[in-house]
Design a binder for this molecule. Structure first.
Ligand SMILES: Cc1cc2nc3c(=O)[nH]c(=O)nc-3n(C[C@H](O)[C@H](O)[C@H](O)COP(=O)(O)OP(=O)(O)OC[C@H]3O[C@@H](n4cnc5c(N)ncnc54)[C@H](O)[C@@H]3O)c2cc1C
Length: 346
């Protein structure tokens, strides 16, 4: 049986939760077949899925999940104007709602409405997200009931440890969902994992395009209980984790990743950094850079502070280089290029 499935859902509502962020909620009986486990629909750390976006004027394509690589090759060989696009989004949150189909899962995805800085206009995913309306159908590629969530967050690695998360606006849904999971003690696995403690501290910074993106609904639920201290929001999560959340607003004055680099630099001098000999500042890039994505996860058996970096590809490479140049072992760093400047990405 295939561990990936194509499910059809309907938009229940859309809402701007930030100046450049639209929340799309979709529901449907087919979502029951996701690996929710005993805890049922809810956030699942940084779990992501794919959206199959139809080309304008065309119906949804039929996805053959029994032979996905052949299907994908055929899909990619056709013109975009016929086949449409596949894009990746994070499961921001989920719950059970009552619809005409009875009680069904409803999932939220937060779509960044971004310009294509190189070619102009909106990317297909950004355009799709901003044009959706209630009752529109949405086709998703998701893990099947017996499969695992597709995710990078390692709750064992984060447990009882200091965690630093640095991300851009595309990683905001992941950052918020991870905090929600820690706050609600929801395990990424289908059921609770014995022996996995909550992180001791969780320092999160998210760089967003404008002040209008640093909103309460866009962040994790716990922010509403937080106290503002020196520009950071601090709150003790119900799991006991001390959360420090920092919005970094690029606005007109900062270039992409500039504020995130400075923030990571400050973390490297703070308690999250352990005393180590500074490593060489020349960090060779390993095979993770496929020319398309950079992607690597921290060593599950590691013990030091856990660094989680998710943003544009060259930005995460630069952040990782900074960490390594300050002595953070590569094996303590998970880093994910969520998109690549000037390139369309699935
Ligand atoms: C695991 C994972 C989870 C993700 N979760 C989310 C999520 O929850 N929400 C979300 O919005 N995105 C998320 N992304 C990123 C999203 O998949 C990409 O941004 C995607 O490229 C958007 O598709 P598009 O059709 O809008 O743009 P594309 O067709 O891919 O790109 C068109 C142009 O726009 C540029 N571009 C792409 N994304 C951005 C951006 N964010 N800002 C500025 N320029 C951009 C590209 O460089 C290119 O020049 C995630 C990616 C991964 C890998």
């Amino acid at each position: 049986m295939s561990d990936i499935q194509a499910v059809m859902t309907r938009v229940t509502r859309t809402e701007m939760v930030g100046e450049h962020l639209v929340r799309v909620s979709v529901a449907g009986a087919e979502l029951r077949t996701l690996p929710w486990g005993k805890s049922g629909p809810g956030p699942r750390a940084d779990a992501y899925f794919k959206v199959v976006i139809p080309a304008p004027g065309h119906d949804h394509v039929r996805v053959d999940t029994s032979d996905l690589s052949r299907w994908r090759q055929e899909f990619l060989s056709r013109p975009e104007t016929e086949r449409g696009w596949i894009r990746t989004y994070t499961l921001r949150d989920a719950r059970v709602v009552t619809t005409a189909q009875g009680e069904v899962p409803e999932m939220d995805l937060d779509v960044v409405v971004h310009e294509d800085e190189v070619h102009g206009g909106l990317g297909p995913g950004a355009r799709w997200g901003s044009e959706l309306a209630p009752a529109d159908t949405v086709q998703l590629l998701v893990p099947s009931a017996t499969g695992n969530w597709w995710a990078c967050w390692d709750e064992h690695r984060a447990g009882n440890n200091r965690v630093v998360f640095a991300g851009d606006e595309t990683a905001l849904p992941a950052a918020a969902a991870i905090v929600d999971c820690v706050d609600q003690s929801i395990s990424l696995g289908s059921d609770s994992v014995p022996g996995t403690g909550a992180p001791q501290t969780l320092h999160v910074a998210v760089e967003v395009p404008s002040h209008g993106d640093a909103t309460l609904p866009a962040g994790p639920a716990a922010l509403s209980r937080g106290v503002m201290t020196n520009g950071d929001i601090r709150v003790t999560l119900r799991s006991g984790t001390e959360l420090t959340w920092t919005w970094l607003d690029r606005g007109e004055s900062a270039t992409r990743n500039e504020l995130l680099e400075s923030w990571v630099g400050r973390q490297l001098k703070g308690p999250a950094a352990t005393a180590r000999h500074a490593a060489s500042s020349t960090v060779e890039e390993r095979e993770e850079d496929t020319g398309d994505f950079v992607w690597a996860t921290a060593d599950a058996a590691g013990h030091g502070p856990y660094w989680f970096l998710a943003a544009e590809s060259s930005a995460v490479k630069s952040l990782r280089r900074l960490c390594v140049s300050h002595g953070v072992p590569k094996t303590d760093i998970s880093f994910m290029g969520y998109w690549k400047r000037g390139r369309a990405t699935e």
